[in-house]
Each structure stands twice: as C-alpha cells, then as structure tokens.
Ligand binder design. Structure first.
Ligand SMILES: Cc1cc2nc3c(=O)[nH]c(=O)nc-3n(C[C@H](O)[C@H](O)[C@H](O)COP(=O)(O)O)c2cc1C
Length: 159
C-alpha cells in the first residue's frame, strides 16, 4: 500500500498540514510520498494506491496552480482508487459556507473533481483553520491533521 500526498502552499500553512498527514500515515505503517504541487512532473497512477490532495482556499476554491495540476489526474489510471482532500481556510469562510449552504472550500472542490474522475472518497474532507492570509494555523490543527491521517490509515487497511 503506497500513496501520494500533493499540496500547494503560498505561506507554508497547507504544507504543514500536508506534512502532518504524511507523518500520520507513516506512523500507521502506510508508505507515502509527499510533493509540493509544482514538483510533480507526471502523476503515474500505476505507482500509487491512493491520493491525498490539499490546497489553500483562494476565492472560495482551490488555487489556480492546483486546478491545473488536477489535469494530471487521469481517470483511466485513478478510477476506483481512494482519495482524501484537505485545505486551509479562514473561520469566516466556514461560517459563510454554512450560512449560504454552499461550498466555498478548496477541499470540497477538489473532492468534487475527483469524484467526477470516478475516484472514491475515503473520508469527509479536512478543513484546517488558518487565520488571515499568512496564518498562523489555529492551535491544535496539526494534531487534528495527524488524527485525520490515522483515520485514513484505518480505512485504507480495510479497503
Ligand atoms: C488571494 C487570496 C485569496 C484568498 N481567498 C480566501 C477565501 O476565499 N477563503 C478563505 O478562507 N481564505 C482565503 N484566503 C486565505 C488563504 O486561505 C490562506 O492564505 C491560506 O490558507 C494559507 O495557506 P498557505 O500558507 O498554505 O498558503 C485567501 C488568500 C489569498 C492570498
């Protein structure tokens, strides 16, 4: 069982969440590669059993770089494989999504695209709270990301 975690980041907060997820999976005995989105030249589905993707929320969706990267996820290679998605977003964004009953989260948009590619969600998305544009992350979010990874590991082992 081997997976790949890919993240975008401008100020390092989404990177920190990606690292925590990667570490949580490894601590649960699951092999993962961790990549900054711009370092992924080719995404070969044949090399991996699952995908974990995360982006900062920008204007209520994923970053432009991440949107472009999703073009590398080919349905032919990834259909029926499990995925998880995460993002960083401001608390006001979560309140707005709830008030409008509409998704303004990068992770939800990523999940939507992966489901269109016939991939299977392992778990609800993880929305990590960040304050302002540069951060910091809300206290406890790194631990929450590690716990999320441990839940993913349990589900991966059952899958
Ligand atoms: C141009 C821009 C647009 C943003 N739009 C949103 C937004 O719509 N909702 C939100 O919650 N945060 C928004 N943010 C804050 C980002 O979510 C925050 O900068 C990011 O989560 C930090 O992650 P990073 O350190 O990995 O870049 C925006 C930030 C920038 C720079």
């Amino acid at each position: 069982m081997k997976g790949i975690v890919v993240f975008d980041t401008s100020y390092g907060n989404t990177k920190a969440i990606a690292e925590a997820i990667s570490q949580g999976l490894k601590e649960s005995g699951i092999e993962v590669d961790l990549f900054y989105v711009k370092d992924v030249k080719k995404l070969n589905g044949g090399d991996y059993d699952f995908l974990v993707l995360g982006s900062p929320t920008k204007f209520g969706t994923m970053s432009f770089t991440f949107k472009r990267f999703l073009g590398k996820v080919k349905s032919k290679e990834w259909a029926n494989k499990p995925f998880a998605a995460f993002d960083t977003e401001n608390p006001e964004n979560i309140e707005q999504s709830q008030a409008e009953n509409k998704e303004w989260s990068a992770a939800e948009k990523i999940a939507e695209k992966l489901v269109e590619k016939q991939m299977k969600p392992l778990a609800p998305v993880l929305k990590a709270i960040v304050f302002g544009q540069k951060g910091p992350l809300k206290e406890g979010e790194i631990d929450r990301a590690k716990d999320y990874a441990k839940e993913l590991a349990i589900k991966l082992k059952k899958a």
